[in-house]
Design a protein around this ligand. Sequence first.
Ligand code: 5AD
Ligand code: SF4
Length: 491
Amino acid sequence: MNQPESLSVQTESPTWDSALSDQPNFTGLTFCTVTYGCQMNKHDSEQIAGMLQQHHAQRVWNLQDADIAVFMTCCVREKADERLLGQVATIKNLPVRKNSPIQKRCIAIGGCMAQRDGDKLLEELDDVEVVFGTHNMEELPKMLSRAMHTGKPISKIIHEGKDFPEDLPEVREVPWAAWLPISVGCNNFCTYCIVPYVRGHEISRPLGDIVDRAKFYVSDGVKEITLLGQNVNSYGTDIYGHPRFDDVLDQVSATGVKRLRFVTSNPKDLTDSVISKFGTLPNLMPALHLPVQSGSNRILAAMRRKYTHESYMELVHKLRKVCPNIGLSTDIIVGFPGETEEDFEQTMKLVKEVGYQQVFTFIYSRREGTPAAKMVDNTPQSVIHERFQRLTDLVQEQAYQANQADVDSTVDVLIEGASKRNPHMLSGKSPKNQTVHALIPEGLTIDELQGHILPVHIDEAKTWYLLGHVLLDPVQIAALSRSSASNNPHL
Ligand code: 5AD
Ligand code: SF4
Protein backbone atom coordinates (compact mmCIF):
# COMPACT_ATOMS: atom_id res chain seq x y z
CA MET A 1 0.00 0.00 0.00
CA ASN A 2 1.13 3.54 -0.66
CA GLN A 3 2.07 5.71 2.26
CA PRO A 4 -1.28 7.07 3.53
CA GLU A 5 -1.95 10.75 3.70
CA SER A 6 -3.44 11.05 7.12
CA LEU A 7 -4.98 13.91 8.98
CA SER A 8 -6.49 13.72 12.42
CA VAL A 9 -7.41 17.23 13.52
CA GLN A 10 -9.23 18.80 16.44
CA THR A 11 -10.76 21.75 14.61
CA GLU A 12 -12.88 22.30 11.57
CA SER A 13 -10.30 24.11 9.42
CA PRO A 14 -9.43 21.85 6.53
CA THR A 15 -6.54 23.74 4.96
CA TRP A 16 -5.27 20.70 3.11
CA ASP A 17 -8.08 20.57 0.57
CA SER A 18 -7.59 24.12 -0.70
CA ALA A 19 -5.43 22.53 -3.38
CA LEU A 20 -8.58 20.88 -4.62
CA SER A 21 -10.79 23.91 -4.83
CA ASP A 22 -12.31 22.64 -8.08
CA GLN A 23 -15.58 20.81 -7.74
CA PRO A 24 -14.90 17.07 -7.96
CA ASN A 25 -16.49 15.61 -11.02
CA PHE A 26 -17.36 11.92 -11.06
CA THR A 27 -19.02 11.82 -14.46
CA GLY A 28 -18.88 8.30 -15.86
CA LEU A 29 -18.32 6.73 -12.43
CA THR A 30 -20.81 4.64 -10.48
CA PHE A 31 -21.21 4.37 -6.71
CA CYS A 32 -22.91 2.15 -4.19
CA THR A 33 -23.50 2.75 -0.48
CA VAL A 34 -23.62 -0.05 2.10
CA THR A 35 -25.13 0.91 5.44
CA TYR A 36 -24.79 -0.81 8.80
CA GLY A 37 -26.38 0.11 12.10
CA CYS A 38 -28.93 2.69 13.13
CA GLN A 39 -31.32 5.13 11.48
CA MET A 40 -28.78 7.95 11.80
CA ASN A 41 -26.44 5.98 9.55
CA LYS A 42 -29.27 5.38 7.09
CA HIS A 43 -29.88 9.10 6.98
CA ASP A 44 -26.16 9.80 6.58
CA SER A 45 -26.07 7.37 3.65
CA GLU A 46 -28.92 9.23 1.97
CA GLN A 47 -26.75 12.35 2.19
CA ILE A 48 -23.69 10.55 0.84
CA ALA A 49 -25.80 9.46 -2.14
CA GLY A 50 -27.09 13.03 -2.55
CA MET A 51 -23.58 14.47 -2.55
CA LEU A 52 -22.13 11.93 -4.98
CA GLN A 53 -25.04 12.38 -7.37
CA GLN A 54 -24.56 16.14 -7.16
CA HIS A 55 -21.00 15.50 -8.31
CA HIS A 56 -22.39 13.47 -11.24
CA ALA A 57 -21.68 9.92 -10.04
CA GLN A 58 -24.39 7.44 -10.92
CA ARG A 59 -25.95 5.29 -8.22
CA VAL A 60 -25.98 1.50 -8.57
CA TRP A 61 -27.42 -1.04 -6.15
CA ASN A 62 -24.79 -3.72 -6.42
CA LEU A 63 -21.20 -3.47 -5.15
CA GLN A 64 -19.98 -5.37 -8.19
CA ASP A 65 -21.16 -2.56 -10.49
CA ALA A 66 -19.74 0.24 -8.34
CA ASP A 67 -16.55 2.16 -9.12
CA ILE A 68 -16.88 3.84 -5.73
CA ALA A 69 -18.03 1.77 -2.74
CA VAL A 70 -18.92 3.68 0.42
CA PHE A 71 -19.38 1.72 3.65
CA MET A 72 -21.22 3.50 6.46
CA THR A 73 -20.13 1.57 9.51
CA CYS A 74 -21.36 0.93 13.03
CA CYS A 75 -19.30 -0.05 16.08
CA VAL A 76 -22.00 -0.51 18.70
CA ARG A 77 -21.37 -4.26 18.85
CA GLU A 78 -18.47 -6.46 17.81
CA LYS A 79 -20.60 -8.25 15.19
CA ALA A 80 -20.90 -5.02 13.21
CA ASP A 81 -17.09 -4.70 13.14
CA GLU A 82 -16.72 -8.26 11.91
CA ARG A 83 -19.32 -7.87 9.17
CA LEU A 84 -17.60 -4.82 7.77
CA LEU A 85 -14.18 -6.47 7.71
CA GLY A 86 -15.71 -9.51 5.97
CA GLN A 87 -17.44 -7.45 3.32
CA VAL A 88 -14.38 -5.32 2.55
CA ALA A 89 -12.32 -8.50 2.20
CA THR A 90 -14.87 -9.88 -0.27
CA ILE A 91 -15.14 -6.76 -2.41
CA LYS A 92 -11.36 -6.57 -2.64
CA ASN A 93 -11.45 -9.62 -4.86
CA LEU A 94 -14.24 -8.41 -7.13
CA PRO A 95 -12.99 -7.17 -10.51
CA VAL A 96 -14.09 -3.69 -11.58
CA ARG A 97 -17.09 -3.61 -13.89
CA LYS A 98 -16.67 -3.84 -17.67
CA ASN A 99 -16.14 -0.41 -19.28
CA SER A 100 -15.21 1.21 -15.98
CA PRO A 101 -12.98 4.25 -16.61
CA ILE A 102 -10.86 3.31 -13.56
CA GLN A 103 -8.63 0.30 -13.03
CA LYS A 104 -9.27 -0.14 -9.36
CA ARG A 105 -12.45 0.27 -7.33
CA CYS A 106 -12.27 3.11 -4.79
CA ILE A 107 -13.37 2.00 -1.31
CA ALA A 108 -14.35 4.58 1.30
CA ILE A 109 -15.21 3.88 4.92
CA GLY A 110 -17.25 6.28 7.02
CA GLY A 111 -19.54 6.16 10.04
CA CYS A 112 -18.85 5.22 13.64
CA MET A 113 -16.16 2.59 13.16
CA ALA A 114 -14.21 4.97 10.91
CA GLN A 115 -14.59 7.71 13.52
CA ARG A 116 -13.26 5.35 16.19
CA ASP A 117 -10.40 3.75 14.25
CA GLY A 118 -9.33 6.45 11.78
CA ASP A 119 -5.90 5.76 10.27
CA LYS A 120 -5.81 2.29 11.78
CA LEU A 121 -8.33 1.18 9.16
CA LEU A 122 -5.99 2.21 6.36
CA GLU A 123 -3.22 0.19 7.97
CA GLU A 124 -5.41 -2.85 8.56
CA LEU A 125 -7.33 -2.86 5.32
CA ASP A 126 -5.30 -2.85 2.16
CA ASP A 127 -7.29 -1.43 -0.70
CA VAL A 128 -9.25 1.09 1.33
CA GLU A 129 -8.64 4.53 -0.17
CA VAL A 130 -10.64 6.89 2.03
CA VAL A 131 -11.55 6.95 5.71
CA PHE A 132 -13.82 9.77 6.87
CA GLY A 133 -15.54 10.39 10.19
CA THR A 134 -19.01 11.23 11.46
CA HIS A 135 -18.24 14.97 11.73
CA ASN A 136 -16.82 15.62 8.24
CA MET A 137 -19.05 13.73 5.83
CA GLU A 138 -19.31 16.75 3.59
CA GLU A 139 -15.64 16.32 2.69
CA LEU A 140 -16.11 12.89 1.16
CA PRO A 141 -16.33 14.00 -2.51
CA LYS A 142 -13.06 15.95 -2.26
CA MET A 143 -11.34 13.12 -0.40
CA LEU A 144 -12.44 10.61 -3.03
CA SER A 145 -11.30 12.85 -5.82
CA ARG A 146 -7.94 13.39 -4.17
CA ALA A 147 -7.37 9.70 -3.47
CA MET A 148 -8.29 8.78 -7.02
CA HIS A 149 -6.06 11.43 -8.55
CA THR A 150 -3.00 10.90 -6.36
CA GLY A 151 -3.37 7.14 -5.90
CA LYS A 152 -2.68 7.68 -2.20
CA PRO A 153 -5.05 6.54 0.55
CA ILE A 154 -6.29 9.32 2.78
CA SER A 155 -8.00 9.54 6.16
CA LYS A 156 -9.43 12.49 8.01
CA ILE A 157 -11.28 12.43 11.29
CA ILE A 158 -12.54 15.46 13.19
CA HIS A 159 -12.96 14.73 16.86
CA GLU A 160 -15.97 16.87 17.63
CA GLY A 161 -18.38 19.11 15.74
CA LYS A 162 -19.26 22.49 17.28
CA ASP A 163 -22.61 23.16 15.67
CA PHE A 164 -25.41 21.07 14.31
CA PRO A 165 -24.19 19.97 10.85
CA GLU A 166 -25.44 21.77 7.75
CA ASP A 167 -27.96 19.96 5.60
CA LEU A 168 -26.35 18.16 2.68
CA PRO A 169 -28.12 17.21 -0.52
CA GLU A 170 -29.87 13.89 -0.03
CA VAL A 171 -31.50 11.15 -2.04
CA ARG A 172 -34.17 9.55 0.12
CA GLU A 173 -34.21 5.79 -0.10
CA VAL A 174 -38.00 5.99 -0.03
CA PRO A 175 -39.29 9.27 -1.53
CA TRP A 176 -42.28 9.51 0.82
CA ALA A 177 -40.42 8.80 4.08
CA ALA A 178 -37.82 11.15 5.56
CA TRP A 179 -35.46 10.96 8.52
CA LEU A 180 -35.18 14.34 10.21
CA PRO A 181 -32.32 14.59 12.74
CA ILE A 182 -33.18 17.00 15.57
CA SER A 183 -29.97 16.39 17.49
CA VAL A 184 -26.68 14.60 17.03
CA GLY A 185 -24.46 13.01 19.69
CA CYS A 186 -25.28 11.88 23.19
CA ASN A 187 -24.43 13.04 26.73
CA ASN A 188 -25.59 9.99 28.61
CA PHE A 189 -22.56 7.73 28.63
CA CYS A 190 -24.44 4.55 29.48
CA THR A 191 -21.59 2.35 30.67
CA TYR A 192 -21.79 -0.24 27.86
CA CYS A 193 -22.16 2.22 25.00
CA ILE A 194 -19.56 3.51 22.56
CA VAL A 195 -21.88 6.02 20.85
CA PRO A 196 -20.99 9.16 22.86
CA TYR A 197 -17.31 8.53 22.07
CA VAL A 198 -17.86 8.35 18.31
CA ARG A 199 -20.81 10.68 17.77
CA GLY A 200 -19.71 13.32 20.29
CA HIS A 201 -21.72 15.30 22.82
CA GLU A 202 -25.32 16.19 22.14
CA ILE A 203 -25.91 19.14 19.81
CA SER A 204 -29.51 20.18 19.19
CA ARG A 205 -30.71 21.63 15.92
CA PRO A 206 -32.51 24.99 16.20
CA LEU A 207 -36.28 24.49 16.33
CA GLY A 208 -36.92 26.86 13.41
CA ASP A 209 -34.59 24.82 11.19
CA ILE A 210 -36.36 21.61 12.14
CA VAL A 211 -39.74 23.07 11.26
CA ASP A 212 -38.47 24.52 7.96
CA ARG A 213 -37.05 21.15 7.02
CA ALA A 214 -40.31 19.42 7.93
CA LYS A 215 -42.26 21.92 5.79
CA PHE A 216 -39.90 21.27 2.91
CA TYR A 217 -40.48 17.53 3.24
CA VAL A 218 -44.25 17.94 3.26
CA SER A 219 -44.09 20.09 0.12
CA ASP A 220 -41.86 17.44 -1.44
CA GLY A 221 -44.47 14.72 -1.02
CA VAL A 222 -43.17 13.12 2.17
CA LYS A 223 -45.90 11.23 4.05
CA GLU A 224 -43.90 10.12 7.06
CA ILE A 225 -41.29 12.03 9.03
CA THR A 226 -39.22 10.27 11.67
CA LEU A 227 -37.47 12.65 14.05
CA LEU A 228 -34.02 11.32 14.89
CA GLY A 229 -31.65 11.67 17.80
CA GLN A 230 -29.73 9.38 20.16
CA ASN A 231 -32.05 10.70 22.86
CA VAL A 232 -34.74 12.94 21.38
CA ASN A 233 -36.19 13.54 24.85
CA SER A 234 -33.25 15.62 25.99
CA TYR A 235 -33.57 17.89 22.93
CA GLY A 236 -32.94 21.60 23.40
CA THR A 237 -31.12 21.84 26.72
CA ASP A 238 -27.96 23.06 24.94
CA ILE A 239 -29.49 25.83 22.81
CA TYR A 240 -30.85 29.33 23.37
CA GLY A 241 -34.33 29.46 24.88
CA HIS A 242 -34.19 25.75 25.76
CA PRO A 243 -36.94 24.60 23.41
CA ARG A 244 -38.25 21.22 24.51
CA PHE A 245 -39.01 18.06 22.63
CA ASP A 246 -42.75 18.55 23.08
CA ASP A 247 -42.38 21.91 21.25
CA VAL A 248 -40.74 20.04 18.38
CA LEU A 249 -43.59 17.54 18.28
CA ASP A 250 -46.24 20.28 18.30
CA GLN A 251 -44.61 22.29 15.56
CA VAL A 252 -43.69 19.42 13.26
CA SER A 253 -47.16 17.94 13.72
CA ALA A 254 -48.64 21.32 12.69
CA THR A 255 -46.93 21.09 9.29
CA GLY A 256 -49.66 18.60 8.40
CA VAL A 257 -47.37 15.67 7.65
CA LYS A 258 -49.52 12.55 7.52
CA ARG A 259 -47.37 10.46 9.86
CA LEU A 260 -44.94 11.52 12.55
CA ARG A 261 -42.63 9.22 14.51
CA PHE A 262 -39.50 9.66 16.62
CA VAL A 263 -36.57 7.56 17.75
CA THR A 264 -34.82 7.06 20.21
CA SER A 265 -36.19 7.87 23.65
CA ASN A 266 -34.24 7.36 26.82
CA PRO A 267 -36.93 6.53 29.42
CA LYS A 268 -35.22 8.73 32.01
CA ASP A 269 -36.13 11.84 29.99
CA LEU A 270 -39.61 10.90 28.74
CA THR A 271 -41.86 13.61 30.21
CA ASP A 272 -45.60 13.54 30.93
CA SER A 273 -45.97 16.30 28.40
CA VAL A 274 -44.42 14.21 25.62
CA ILE A 275 -46.52 11.22 26.68
CA SER A 276 -49.67 13.36 26.45
CA LYS A 277 -48.92 14.09 22.77
CA PHE A 278 -49.85 10.49 21.94
CA GLY A 279 -53.36 11.44 22.97
CA THR A 280 -53.55 14.85 21.30
CA LEU A 281 -51.54 14.99 18.07
CA PRO A 282 -53.54 13.20 15.39
CA ASN A 283 -50.54 12.49 13.15
CA LEU A 284 -48.24 11.21 15.90
CA MET A 285 -48.32 7.47 15.25
CA PRO A 286 -49.27 5.17 18.15
CA ALA A 287 -45.87 3.50 18.36
CA LEU A 288 -42.94 4.10 20.66
CA HIS A 289 -39.49 2.57 20.84
CA LEU A 290 -38.52 2.81 24.51
CA PRO A 291 -35.25 0.93 25.13
CA VAL A 292 -35.26 -0.63 28.59
CA GLN A 293 -31.97 -2.61 28.31
CA SER A 294 -32.65 -4.62 31.51
CA GLY A 295 -35.42 -5.25 34.04
CA SER A 296 -33.04 -5.48 37.00
CA ASN A 297 -32.56 -2.34 39.07
CA ARG A 298 -29.06 -3.47 40.02
CA ILE A 299 -28.05 -3.84 36.36
CA LEU A 300 -29.83 -0.64 35.32
CA ALA A 301 -27.75 1.23 37.93
CA ALA A 302 -24.55 -0.45 36.68
CA MET A 303 -25.52 0.54 33.14
CA ARG A 304 -26.05 4.13 34.39
CA ARG A 305 -29.55 4.25 32.91
CA LYS A 306 -31.02 6.40 35.72
CA TYR A 307 -34.47 4.80 35.87
CA THR A 308 -35.80 1.70 37.56
CA HIS A 309 -37.96 -1.26 36.64
CA GLU A 310 -40.79 0.42 38.55
CA SER A 311 -40.41 3.89 37.04
CA TYR A 312 -40.23 2.34 33.55
CA MET A 313 -43.48 0.47 34.21
CA GLU A 314 -45.04 3.72 35.38
CA LEU A 315 -44.21 5.26 31.98
CA VAL A 316 -45.78 2.27 30.24
CA HIS A 317 -48.99 2.68 32.27
CA LYS A 318 -49.13 6.40 31.52
CA LEU A 319 -48.59 5.77 27.81
CA ARG A 320 -51.33 3.15 27.71
CA LYS A 321 -53.67 5.51 29.56
CA VAL A 322 -53.38 8.24 26.93
CA CYS A 323 -53.08 5.81 24.01
CA PRO A 324 -54.45 2.35 24.87
CA ASN A 325 -53.56 0.96 21.46
CA ILE A 326 -49.89 2.07 21.49
CA GLY A 327 -47.40 -0.45 20.07
CA LEU A 328 -44.31 -0.56 22.26
CA SER A 329 -40.91 -1.83 21.23
CA THR A 330 -37.63 -1.96 23.10
CA ASP A 331 -33.95 -2.96 23.16
CA ILE A 332 -32.61 -5.46 25.71
CA ILE A 333 -29.02 -6.44 26.44
CA VAL A 334 -28.46 -9.94 27.80
CA GLY A 335 -25.27 -10.78 29.70
CA PHE A 336 -24.17 -7.36 30.92
CA PRO A 337 -21.15 -7.90 33.24
CA GLY A 338 -22.27 -9.42 36.52
CA GLU A 339 -25.82 -10.24 35.37
CA THR A 340 -27.14 -13.02 37.64
CA GLU A 341 -30.05 -15.39 37.11
CA GLU A 342 -32.14 -13.16 39.44
CA ASP A 343 -31.27 -10.10 37.37
CA PHE A 344 -32.26 -11.89 34.20
CA GLU A 345 -35.52 -13.06 35.78
CA GLN A 346 -36.34 -9.42 36.43
CA THR A 347 -35.89 -8.72 32.72
CA MET A 348 -38.21 -11.61 31.82
CA LYS A 349 -40.73 -10.31 34.35
CA LEU A 350 -40.65 -6.82 32.87
CA VAL A 351 -41.09 -8.12 29.33
CA LYS A 352 -44.14 -10.11 30.46
CA GLU A 353 -45.55 -7.07 32.25
CA VAL A 354 -45.21 -4.76 29.27
CA GLY A 355 -46.35 -7.05 26.43
CA TYR A 356 -44.12 -5.59 23.71
CA GLN A 357 -44.97 -5.63 20.05
CA GLN A 358 -41.29 -5.98 19.21
CA VAL A 359 -38.07 -6.48 21.16
CA PHE A 360 -34.57 -6.13 19.75
CA THR A 361 -32.37 -8.44 21.77
CA PHE A 362 -28.59 -8.15 21.98
CA ILE A 363 -25.89 -10.14 23.68
CA TYR A 364 -23.62 -7.78 25.59
CA SER A 365 -20.57 -6.88 23.55
CA ARG A 366 -17.51 -5.49 25.32
CA ARG A 367 -16.52 -2.15 23.82
CA GLU A 368 -13.00 -1.00 24.58
CA GLY A 369 -12.93 2.42 26.23
CA THR A 370 -16.34 2.18 27.88
CA PRO A 371 -16.66 1.86 31.69
CA ALA A 372 -18.35 -1.56 31.40
CA ALA A 373 -15.28 -2.93 29.60
CA LYS A 374 -13.42 -2.74 32.93
CA MET A 375 -16.15 -4.50 34.93
CA VAL A 376 -15.72 -8.09 36.12
CA ASP A 377 -17.41 -10.21 33.51
CA ASN A 378 -17.30 -13.88 34.37
CA THR A 379 -20.70 -15.24 33.31
CA PRO A 380 -20.03 -18.23 31.05
CA GLN A 381 -21.04 -17.67 27.41
CA SER A 382 -23.16 -20.82 27.55
CA VAL A 383 -25.28 -19.31 30.34
CA ILE A 384 -25.66 -16.04 28.43
CA HIS A 385 -26.72 -17.87 25.28
CA GLU A 386 -29.24 -19.94 27.18
CA ARG A 387 -30.75 -16.75 28.70
CA PHE A 388 -30.77 -15.13 25.29
CA GLN A 389 -32.73 -18.08 23.90
CA ARG A 390 -35.29 -17.93 26.72
CA LEU A 391 -35.79 -14.23 26.10
CA THR A 392 -36.08 -14.74 22.34
CA ASP A 393 -38.78 -17.39 22.85
CA LEU A 394 -40.74 -15.08 25.13
CA VAL A 395 -40.39 -12.13 22.77
CA GLN A 396 -41.69 -14.18 19.83
CA GLU A 397 -44.67 -15.38 21.80
CA GLN A 398 -45.45 -11.80 22.84
CA ALA A 399 -45.08 -10.40 19.33
CA TYR A 400 -47.52 -13.05 18.10
CA GLN A 401 -50.01 -12.22 20.85
CA ALA A 402 -49.67 -8.46 20.30
CA ASN A 403 -50.45 -8.88 16.59
CA GLN A 404 -53.54 -11.05 17.27
CA ALA A 405 -55.22 -7.98 18.78
CA ASP A 406 -55.43 -6.43 15.30
CA VAL A 407 -57.17 -9.31 13.53
CA ASP A 408 -60.52 -8.20 12.11
CA SER A 409 -59.71 -4.53 12.44
CA THR A 410 -59.01 -2.08 9.60
CA VAL A 411 -55.66 -0.32 9.68
CA ASP A 412 -54.24 2.45 7.50
CA VAL A 413 -51.16 1.16 5.69
CA LEU A 414 -48.45 3.29 4.09
CA ILE A 415 -47.60 1.20 1.04
CA GLU A 416 -43.84 0.68 0.62
CA GLY A 417 -43.66 -1.65 -2.37
CA ALA A 418 -44.11 -5.23 -3.48
CA SER A 419 -43.47 -8.00 -0.99
CA LYS A 420 -39.95 -9.38 -1.37
CA ARG A 421 -41.27 -12.94 -1.39
CA ASN A 422 -44.35 -12.53 -3.60
CA PRO A 423 -44.60 -9.93 -6.38
CA HIS A 424 -48.42 -10.14 -6.30
CA MET A 425 -48.49 -8.89 -2.71
CA LEU A 426 -47.86 -5.39 -1.42
CA SER A 427 -46.03 -4.52 1.79
CA GLY A 428 -46.45 -1.52 4.01
CA LYS A 429 -46.49 -0.23 7.53
CA SER A 430 -49.42 0.16 9.93
CA PRO A 431 -49.64 3.13 12.33
CA LYS A 432 -48.11 0.87 15.02
CA ASN A 433 -45.26 0.18 12.59
CA GLN A 434 -46.23 -3.44 11.97
CA THR A 435 -45.41 -4.89 8.56
CA VAL A 436 -48.63 -5.55 6.63
CA HIS A 437 -48.97 -7.67 3.48
CA ALA A 438 -52.00 -7.72 1.19
CA LEU A 439 -52.79 -8.79 -2.38
CA ILE A 440 -52.30 -6.00 -4.91
CA PRO A 441 -55.87 -5.08 -5.90
CA GLU A 442 -56.86 -6.09 -9.42
CA GLY A 443 -56.47 -3.28 -11.94
CA LEU A 444 -53.61 -1.61 -10.04
CA THR A 445 -49.85 -1.91 -10.18
CA ILE A 446 -47.46 -1.58 -7.27
CA ASP A 447 -46.10 1.66 -8.79
CA GLU A 448 -49.56 3.17 -8.56
CA LEU A 449 -49.89 2.15 -4.93
CA GLN A 450 -46.47 3.00 -3.49
CA GLY A 451 -46.48 5.95 -1.15
CA HIS A 452 -50.25 5.93 -0.60
CA ILE A 453 -51.93 5.34 2.72
CA LEU A 454 -54.72 2.84 2.19
CA PRO A 455 -57.16 1.01 4.48
CA VAL A 456 -56.41 -2.69 4.89
CA HIS A 457 -58.66 -5.16 6.65
CA ILE A 458 -56.52 -7.54 8.73
CA ASP A 459 -57.47 -11.19 8.20
CA GLU A 460 -54.59 -12.95 9.90
CA ALA A 461 -51.73 -12.14 12.28
CA LYS A 462 -48.34 -13.86 12.32
CA THR A 463 -45.41 -13.24 14.65
CA TRP A 464 -43.69 -10.62 12.50
CA TYR A 465 -46.42 -9.39 10.14
CA LEU A 466 -50.13 -9.00 9.46
CA LEU A 467 -52.00 -10.30 6.42
CA GLY A 468 -55.06 -8.55 5.01
CA HIS A 469 -56.88 -7.21 2.00
CA VAL A 470 -57.09 -3.65 0.70
CA LEU A 471 -60.47 -1.99 1.10
CA LEU A 472 -61.01 0.07 -2.05
CA ASP A 473 -64.14 0.63 -4.11
CA PRO A 474 -63.96 0.78 -7.94
CA VAL A 475 -64.03 4.60 -7.96
CA GLN A 476 -61.00 4.74 -5.66
CA ILE A 477 -59.18 2.16 -7.78
CA ALA A 478 -59.80 4.24 -10.90
CA ALA A 479 -58.53 7.38 -9.15
CA LEU A 480 -55.38 5.59 -8.01
CA SER A 481 -54.59 4.20 -11.42
CA ARG A 482 -54.87 7.70 -12.89
CA SER A 483 -52.31 9.25 -10.59
CA SER A 484 -49.43 7.59 -8.77
CA ALA A 485 -48.28 9.05 -5.47
CA SER A 486 -44.98 10.20 -6.91
CA ASN A 487 -46.87 12.33 -9.45
CA ASN A 488 -49.22 13.73 -6.88
CA PRO A 489 -47.59 14.37 -3.53
CA HIS A 490 -50.87 15.47 -2.01
CA LEU A 491 -52.76 12.26 -2.52
N1 5AD B 1 -23.44 -4.54 23.72
C1 5AD B 1 -24.66 -4.99 23.33
N2 5AD B 1 -25.64 -4.18 22.94
C2 5AD B 1 -25.40 -2.86 22.92
N3 5AD B 1 -26.18 -1.82 22.58
C3 5AD B 1 -25.46 -0.69 22.71
N4 5AD B 1 -24.21 -0.98 23.15
C4 5AD B 1 -24.16 -2.32 23.29
C5 5AD B 1 -23.16 -3.21 23.72
N5 5AD B 1 -21.95 -2.79 24.09
C6 5AD B 1 -27.57 -1.96 22.16
C7 5AD B 1 -28.50 -1.23 23.12
C8 5AD B 1 -28.95 -0.05 22.31
C9 5AD B 1 -28.93 -0.63 20.92
C10 5AD B 1 -28.91 0.37 19.83
O1 5AD B 1 -27.74 -1.40 20.89
O2 5AD B 1 -29.59 -2.07 23.43
O3 5AD B 1 -30.22 0.43 22.69
FE1 SF4 C 1 -25.67 4.97 24.03
FE2 SF4 C 1 -27.04 5.47 26.29
FE3 SF4 C 1 -26.55 7.45 24.52
FE4 SF4 C 1 -28.29 5.52 23.88
S1 SF4 C 1 -28.52 7.00 25.57
S2 SF4 C 1 -26.65 6.36 22.55
S3 SF4 C 1 -27.38 3.74 24.87
S4 SF4 C 1 -25.03 6.32 25.72
